[in-house]
Design a protein around this ligand. Sequence first.
Ligand code: ATP
Ligand code: MG
Length: 192
Amino acid sequence: MYNLVVFGAPGSGKGTQSARLIDEYGLYHISTGELLRDHIARGTELGKVADTYISKGNLIPDDLMIEILENTLNTNPDTAKGVIFDGFPRTIEQAEALNKMLAKRGSKVHAVIGLEVADAELIDRLLKRGLESGRSDDNIDTINQRLQVYNKQTAPLRDYYISEGKYHGVKGSGSIDDIFRAIKDELHGTEE
Ligand code: ATP
Ligand code: MG
């Protein structure tokens, strides 16, 4: 099992690079953002709850998010080969829960790729995406809130994973191919 966390601010390109990484390494992709948006689209009870947080630019509460993640691991046997976690963890509490979940399975987080992009470029990308995505959170007010939430609740995970010796920062601007190459270079030797 090889487990990779793709980490970064909203609009940093987690989804784009995760798609390339699954092809390259044959891992199972869990995007918590996509999973929640799928519930919203299907109008499930969970989707209704999630929407109240997402459309305001806030995080889903930790206990609920952790339960959803564990449930996804339990119900998808393919996760046993290894997982790309895209958008999870987003808080220290989620990171600690993930360590426990993987330890129970005799595994761990092998590496964390941190996509590093300047705020001005993030805002620009998210506004552009908003023109087509139809996402309730890709508008300027919600984007500002998401960036604040990121800086306050999620950015501290960088130090958390640095202290675990797992953090690999990659410049997240430039061409998709160049960024992907930089990620592969960083991941070299992290399989142990
Ligand atoms: P990117 O463009 O880099 O993929 P993103 O900001 O579009 O990043 P998503 O991962 O798609 O982010 O998440 C969208 C929203 O879903 C978040 O703003 C948050 O409300 C909710 N969400 C997703 N993952 C989590 C999580 N781990 N904990 C709490 N809320 C989450
Ligand atoms: Mg995404």
